[in-house]
Design a protein around this ligand. Structure first.
Ligand SMILES: Cc1cc2nc3c(=O)[nH]c(=O)nc-3n(C[C@H](O)[C@H](O)[C@H](O)COP(=O)(O)O)c2cc1C
Length: 187
């Protein structure tokens, strides 16, 4: 027997991503989103949703670019901080002790200490309601050598991304590998 939880935004899990942008003066800003996901394979695209009230929203409209930075578990506190204070009121990066570098491909900064970054050019802007969905074309993905396996692919157990439960507001790590896609179902 299933219980109705109402018309709400519960889909488990959602990611914890840190969006890097420059403001109009060129100051780097970082902000956390959970409303996001890959949304197209060709061209490779990612969608993130931001409220107009956020500083990052105006930055993306202005600069037409953003980065998606994937924190590892050890940076969960910084990711939470980036989602609780606005770049209008604080220089979050310098307060956190983390550092940014300018993307060479898009007009946005990325977080040097985070192991995985997607550099995105704004492709579409969709007004949905409270949130605006920004679809970014992924110009490159950069990963620290330390999160790559011998095969050169990302090893999720090394990356240790953070996932989020939107209803309980809990942060979680990911579990063990339980199978190979496009393969396990054939057996
Ligand atoms: C785990 C977490 C997830 C969040 N997800 C979103 C989101 O998807 N969209 C959004 O507009 N705000 C989200 N927020 C809130 C923003 O990160 C927050 O309002 C932040 O202060 C905005 O920063 P800015 O004004 O510097 O852009 C989230 C916060 C946390 C802690």
């Amino acid at each position: 027997m299933k219980r109705s939880l109402g018309a709400t935004t519960i889909a488990h899990p959602v990611p914890v991503w840190v969006i890097g942008t420059y403001d109009i003066q060129g100051k780097p800003n970082v902000s956390t989103v959970a409303w996001g996901g890959i949304c197209c394979s060709r061209p490779p695209c990612v969608a993130i949703s931001l409220r107009k009230a956020t500083y990052s929203h105006g930055n993306i409209v202005e600069r037409k670019a953003f980065t998606v930075n994937v924190p590892s578990e050890k940076y969960v506190k910084e990711a939470d901080y980036f989602g609780t204070v606005s770049g209008r009121d604080a220089d979050k990066l310098s307060k956190s002790g983390l550092t940014s570098a300018k993307s060479e491909l898009v007009d946005a900064p990325y977080v040097k200490e985070f192991p995985l970054v997607l550099e995105c050019k704004l492709l579409h802007t969709i007004e949905i309601g409270l949130h605006t969905e920004f679809i970014g074309e992924i110009m490159d993905v950069k990963a620290d050598e330390g999160v790559l396996g011998k095969d050169g692919l990302i090893d999720v157990e090394k990356l240790r991304p953070v996932i989020f439960a939107p209803d309980s507001a809990g942060y979680y790590g990911v579990g063990k590998n339980i199978g190979k896609a496009f393969s396990i179902g054939k057996r």
